[in-house]
Design a protein around this ligand. Structure first.
Ligand SMILES: Nc1nc2c(c(=O)[nH]1)N[C@H]1C(S)=C(S)[C@@H](COP(=O)(O)O)O[C@H]1N2
Ligand SMILES: [Mo]
Length: 443
């Protein structure tokens, strides 16, 4: 522990360990950083809760590795509860990744508890986050006058903006690719559309001076690499200046009018909506203005990159044949009813959901109850602002009893629509925008 360089990016975390070696153990995801804490980390209260959850006492609890989620919970279909994220499906506990079942995304504005979590590393220990002491540094070779801001400075010096913004992981839908791609096996739930409040990234960058040669931004967060190695970043991505300077690109301190949830980047994050959510840095500490494409962790192929040209499933793709993903493709979800419901024959059924299309808007949503043979047009609302998802609603009637599927297909303003089956295979399993479908039993 004390061998770690004092100026490590994750210094706060390690200082905390020095002062309070057990603090990190109170967080299930802070594992493997401090070997001392790997044993006997369970506080009495959490041990009792865990015993209740697995259905019996845990005789060897003092030997459980810190942060372990018991297999009885991790491997069962029963939802294992992440505090503040009730109902989400945990895909991985090291680091924590959790997705939202479609019916829990039915709200127009995604509630905080239903926003998915995608962590590449170890978040800063929550007890150590001091909002008043938090600093955001702006620098980089294409920044004229690097500056450091407190959150209070940001709030005081720049105009506040609130937008509803869709955030979707580039790997959402990965589980459907064959051969399968490594990484979290997201089904449909790595997407959300809450409101964010903050200041424009543009206003902050301009106040620090953007040099003529600026082409890209890059963010750094306060989370640590999963190995605990403080010399490595968990992720450090960015966007071309043009995207960074858009009205809707924010440095946000609030989500749905409250503090951003800890697992979603409290106390400060970037939001550049419509692109893979990996460009929206959490626990934001530093933004650099670059005179070249940012070269931070997970910028280089194959991360967040797809082949320039279609490739056969299972192909090896040379690095130079990849392009970095920018705007996400058109997509939709059926959020009501819940898949698997029983429905009475003769009653019309309301079906609804959301549709979104990266940087573009959605111009139509169609629904099919006959496996795509015929489609009916749904009512589609305009987005409350650019880059928010759009609500669609329709009513369907079933001709006779039996098993049906409701499929939804959105079309973007440029006329591109969702494929009915998975789109072109790619090595990392990104950009699956196949039609979402739900099951209905009509009796
Ligand atoms: N600092 C930091 N920012 C991050 C990540 C991370 O691991 N660390 N994950 C990224 C990825 S890959 C995604 S999909 C989104 C997920 O945001 P959420 O966890 O708030 O849903 O955050 C992005 N920003
Ligand atoms: Mo992601």
């Amino acid at each position: 522990m004390s061998k770690l360089p004092p100026d490590a990016k994750t210094r706060g975390l390690h200082e905390l360990y020095a002062e309070d070696p057990e603090a990190a153990d109170r967080l299930v995801w802070n594992r493997e950083v401090d070997p001392v804490s790997r044993r006997g980390f369970l506080k009495r209260s959490s041990l009792l809760a865990m015993a209740a959850a697995v259905g019996g006492s845990i005789p060897f609890s003092d030997k459980m590795p810190g942060g372990l989620i018991p297999a009885a919970l991790a491997q069962s279909d029963e939802p294992f509860t992440l505090e503040g994220k009730e109902g989400l499906t945990i895909l991985n506990d090291r680091p924590i990744n959790a997705e939202t079942p479609p019916h829990l995304l039915d709200d127009d504005i995604t509630p905080a508890k239903h926003m998915f979590v995608r962590n590449n590393g170890i978040p800063p220990a929550v007890e150590n986050i001091d909002v008043d002491a938090w600093r955001l540094e702006i620098g980089g070779e294409s920044c004229e006058s690097p500056q450091s801001f407190s959150i209070a400075d940001l709030k005081e010096r720049f105009e506040h903006h609130t937008y509803q913004l869709q955030v979707e992981c580039g790997g959402n839908g990965r589980s459907e690719y064959v051969p399968s791609a490594s990484g979290n096996q997201w089904t449909t739930g790595a997407v959300a559309c809450p409101t964010f409040t903050g200041v424009r990234l543009r206003d902050v960058l301009e106040s620090c001076g953007i040099k003529e040669d600026a082409v890209y931004t890059g963010y750094y967060g306060a989370d640590a690499h999963a190995s605990g190695d403080p010399s490595k970043d968990s992720i450090s991505r960015g966007v071309p200046m043009e995207k960074a300077l858009e009205d809707e690109s924010l440095i946000a301190w609030a989500m749905n009018g409250e503090d951003i949830p800890y697992l979603n980047g409290y106390p400060l994050r970037v939001v550049c909506s419509g692109w893979p959510a990996s460009v929206s840095g959490k626990w934001l500490r530093r933004i650099v203005i670059r005179n070249q494409k940012h070269d931070g962790k997970k910028m280089a192929p194959p991360s967040y990159s797809v082949p320039k040209h279609p490739v056969a499933p299972g192909s090896t793709v040379p690095e130079e044949d990849f392009v970095t993903i920018q705007s996400m493709p058109v997509k939709s979800l059926v959020t009501f009813p819940k898949s698997g419901v029983d429905h009475a024959l003769g009653d019309a059924m309301t079906v609804r959901g959301h549709a979104w299309a990266g940087d573009l808007s959605v111009k139509a949503v169609h629904v099919s109850i006959d496996f795509g043979a015929t489609w009916q047009k749904a009512e589609l609302q305009a987005a409350p602002n650019r880059l928010a998802w759009q609500r669609w609603t329709t009513s369907v009637e079933f001709p006779e009893p039996g098993y049906y599927e409701v499929w939804a297909r959105a079309t973007d303003e440029e006329g591109r629509s969702q494929p009915m089956v998975v789109p072109g295979w790619n090595p990392k399993g990104y950009l699956n925008n196949a039609c979402h479908r739900i099951a209905i039993q009509v009796a």
